[in-house]
Design a protein around this ligand. Sequence first.
Ligand code: TXA
Ligand code: MG
Length: 318
Amino acid sequence: MNTLVTTNVGHCQTLLKNGEVVAIPTETVYGLAAHVFNDAAVGRIFELKQRPKFNPLIVHLHQMAQLDSVVRHIPKKAQKLMEHFWPGALTLILPKHPDVSDLITAGKPTVAVRMPKHPMTRALLQGLDFPLAAPSANPFTRVSPTSAKHVLHYFNGKIAAILDGGPCEVGLESTIVGFEGETPVVFRKGGIAIEALERLVGPVRLFTDNESAPQAPGMLLKHYSPRTPLIISSNIRKRLEACTDKRVGVLSFYADDFPTAETIKVLSPKKDMEEAAKGLFAALHALDALDLDLIIAEAFPEEGLGRSIQDRLRRAAH
Ligand code: TXA
Ligand code: MG
């Protein structure tokens, strides 16, 4: 059975109520969603993604009132962050409510929650009396999907439907923030820049990869990976000179003058970091479909969303 690609929100609500898995658009990336209190449906997400059970999921809701059914306590700075950034690309790790199953939290005492901004998914959630558990809609370790087409490529015939909300506005997964007491800790760099968080709540601590292996298992070093080998370079032209015998695809920030490259994807000719973030995963999907020998990606500046982009490229290169 082919997967239905649809804009019919009501139909997707019915499927979700019946315990089906449905792909949903969010402003960050597409998610693979299921009824948060239906363990069989949530279990199916893990199967579909071939995701290890130690990797917990994010709970998606549409209004603050729903928090009571999922979390036990909200630190002051978490409250401030959600009031400012929700709906939006921010996930908070909070002490979990006993009703949230260990399947979702991987047995942790905390749960990840986020209020997405995409209007179609907001409409979808508004018609449901339960939140949705949803990881990104890609098989484990692969590049996240930022369009219905990317999801279809991965899961055609395996899920009932994809709610098609067009290309994702932000294009990077949410920034994940947890708390050590009242101190915010960034577990994953994402669609909201660290600088923006710090302007609101003061200094945050950044988790290192060594720490995050046990703590935030989703932050595995190999992640977001195309099938084609990928390297990062701050001098693409020089790298190209060393690979004249190879079919090389270039992924650049704004430059396009690489005559010996087989193909070039420019993320933002006007050097706009948000535009670059938005197109990043689509460019990786497109380059990966070309059977190239190598992808050379340009190193991004470690500031603002550049840090999140660079994080994804490093994991893609691992
Ligand atoms: O933008 C997003 O966050 C997208 C859209 C669909 O909302 N979702 C997404 O989900 O990226 P996923 O499953 O690909 O990434 C969730 C991350 C994983 O790295 C997981 O380890 C982490 O959240 N996570 C979930 N619950 C956690 C917890 N209790 N403590 C620490 N990390 C947690
Ligand atoms: Mg993911």
